[in-house]
Design a protein around this ligand. Sequence first.
Ligand SMILES: Cc1cc2nc3c(=O)[nH]c(=O)nc-3n(C[C@H](O)[C@H](O)[C@H](O)COP(=O)(O)OP(=O)(O)OC[C@H]3O[C@@H](n4cnc5c(N)ncnc54)[C@H](O)[C@@H]3O)c2cc1C
Length: 155
Amino acid sequence: MDRSKGLGRLASESLWDFLIIGGGATGLGAALDAASRGHRVVLIDSLDFASGTSSRSTKLVHGGVRYLKQGNLSLVRGALRERGLLLKNAPHLVKPLSFIIPSRHWPERTYFASGLKFYDWLAGGLGIHKTRSISQSEAIASIPCLKSEKLYGGF
Ligand SMILES: Cc1cc2nc3c(=O)[nH]c(=O)nc-3n(C[C@H](O)[C@H](O)[C@H](O)COP(=O)(O)OP(=O)(O)OC[C@H]3O[C@@H](n4cnc5c(N)ncnc54)[C@H](O)[C@@H]3O)c2cc1C
C-alpha cells in the first residue's frame, strides 16, 4: 500500500461508490466485500488501518459457547453459523483449533458434557469436530502445567 499514491488518487478522482470510515476489521471487511463486487471504494482511518481494537484481537472466530450459559441461544446459533460459513468459504484464512476444558469433579463433568453436546447439536450441519471427553492423563499430556489435583479429565 502506497500512502502518497492513494492520496493522489483520492484527489484526482471524484466519483466513488462507497466511503468507509475506519479501517478496522469491520471497515476492512466491508471495503473488501464492496471492492470485490466491483464498487469503487475509499477507506480512510484517522490513525492507521487495523490500529484500533482489531490490533488487540486474538483472531479467534467467535463460536459463542460462553453465551450458552446465559441461555442466549439465538446468539450462539448465529455465531456457530458464522463460524461454519467462514470455515466453508475461507478455508485459506480459517482453520479449526482444539481447546481443552478441564473438569474437576462429577457435577462439573456432567454439566460440561451435556452443555457441549447441546452446543455441537446447535451447530447442526455447520459443526466442526464433535466434543469428546478425555481422561486425566490425556489432559495432562496435552497441558503439562495443568494441576492434577482433583482433576477428573476434560473435554
Ligand atoms: C483483547 C481483545 C481480544 C479480542 N479477541 C477477539 C477474538 O479472538 N475474536 C473476535 O472475533 N473478536 C475479538 N475481539 C473483538 C474484536 O477485536 C473487535 O470486535 C473488532 O476488532 C472491532 O473492529 P472494528 O473495525 O469495529 O473496530 P476497530 O478495530 O477499533 O476499528 C475502528 C477504526 O476506526 C478508526 N476511527 C475511529 N474513529 C474514526 C474517525 N472519526 N475517522 C476515521 N477513522 C476513525 C480507528 O482508528 C480504528 O482504526 C477482541 C478484542 C480485544 C480487545
